[in-house]
Design a protein around this ligand. Structure first.
Ligand code: ADP
Ligand code: MG
Length: 338
């Protein structure tokens, strides 16, 4: 099993920094999501871990052994890791078994051993019985699972996944989330999962690293990142909710003439993160005008405008017509650090 440590890691292309001063310790068997908007440096960070890029500054270590710094560069094939890209990169002229067996080439394994390892890997991705199929005859989801099996077949202790679900439809994504969780449990590998989709990160990872413009914004469990985002960027990127101006004194915030309980400290003017599930209809409270209503199946996602001009999103059990003036009780808010 393998831990990954990144120390003050930076990668610059020309004079643009893609990854800037990233320090992370990913314990053996951890499942980490690298989360952030497009262009924030996720793929570059993954390629630095894999050995496809050399650091401009800082270092990459596995189990305390330096894999890369300015003078060291262990090539990818010597790092004992598996990597799955968004584009599956399968050999179209080979069948499923040959694709999955490819990384075992040149290892001096017997035919029976190879067949048994391929069968195990296909079973882990729920593709038993597909060994003889042509890759061309598979759906997108099945191809992605072949790519995953190919990465599992060598029994690597590090698995790197770069937006593996980006090309799949919503139902396949849900099924794949279960497969990733299952693989993590069965292999005990250290997994790094790159995504721009916060719901995937929240569902799968034990630790989320939020990146913005090459820098780490926050590291924490999904619950911490959701409940206590460290900046307005994280608050806006993870989960739904809105940022609202308020005045804070003694753990109570005032918005207009309503008082609401908050978590997090400070005094004076603050920005509050208010999640939709913390907003309720009440007989008295914060006055707000309904602007937009969306039926989500479970409830009505309702956007309301406050007197200050700030908007609030609420998950309400009933549909209110746009233009209705409602009274809101807010049961929880987070003071976003500045
Ligand atoms: N090989 C490269 N040459 C020049 N710029 C690059 C290269 N790879 C990535 N970049 C730049 O680095 C930044 C981060 O890219 P990337 O790591 O692909 O982000 P993400 O995967 O989060 O979308 C982007 O501005 C991108 O244009
Ligand atoms: Mg990318």
């Amino acid at each position: 099993m393998t831990s990954i440590s990144l120390d003050n890691l930076s990668k610059t292309f020309g004079d643009a920094a893609a990854v800037k001063d990233v320090t992370l310790n990913l314990p053996s068997r951890s499942f980490t999501a690298l989360l952030g908007p497009s262009g924030c440096g996720k793929t570059t960070l993954l390629r630095l871990i894999a050995g496809f890029e050399q650091p401009t500054a800082g270092s990459v270590g596995f189990d305390g052994v330096t894999m890369a710094d300015q003078s060291t560069m262990v090539p990818p094939e010597k790092r004992n890791l598996g990597i799955v890209f968004q584009s599956y990169a399968l050999w179209p002229h080979m069948d499923v078994a040959a694709n999955v067996a490819y990384p075992l080439k040149g290892r001096g394994l017997g035919r029976a051993e190879i067949e048994s390892r391929v069968a195990d890997a296909l079973s882990m991705v729920a593709l038993d019985g597909y060994a003889g199929r042509s890759v061309d005859a598979l759906s997108g989801g099945q191809r992605q699972r072949v790519a995953l099996a190919r990465c599992l077949v060598t029994g690597t202790s590090i698995i790197l996944l770069d937006e593996p679900l980006a090309n799949l439809d919503v139902h396949l994504r849900a099924a794949m989330l279960d497969i990733f969780a299952d693989i993590h449990q069965r292999t005990g590998a250290t997994i790094v999962f790159v995504t721009h989709d916060q719901s995937e990160a929240l569902a799968l990872a034990d630790t989320i690293v939020v990146l913005d413009r090459g820098r780490v914004q926050q590291i924490g469990s999904p619950q911490e990142i959701y409940a206590r985002p460290a900046s307005a960027m994280v608050a806006g990127f993870v989960g739904r909710g809105t940022l609202v101006d308020a005045q804070l004194r003694d753990d109570l915030a005032r918005i207009g003439d309503a008082t609401i309980p908050v978590r997090g400290g400070g005094n004076g003017p603050v920005r509050l993160l208010i999640r939709p599930e913390a907003v309720h209809l009440a007989d008295s409270g914060l006055a707000a005008t309904v602007q937009r209503v969306r039926f989500t199946g479970a409830n009505y996602e309702t956007t309301l405008v406050l007197g200050s001009g700030d908007t609030i999103v609420a998950d309400l059990p009933e549909r209110l017509d746009p233009g209705t003036v409602a009274k809101l009780a807010i049961s929880d808010a987070w003071v976003v650090p500045t």
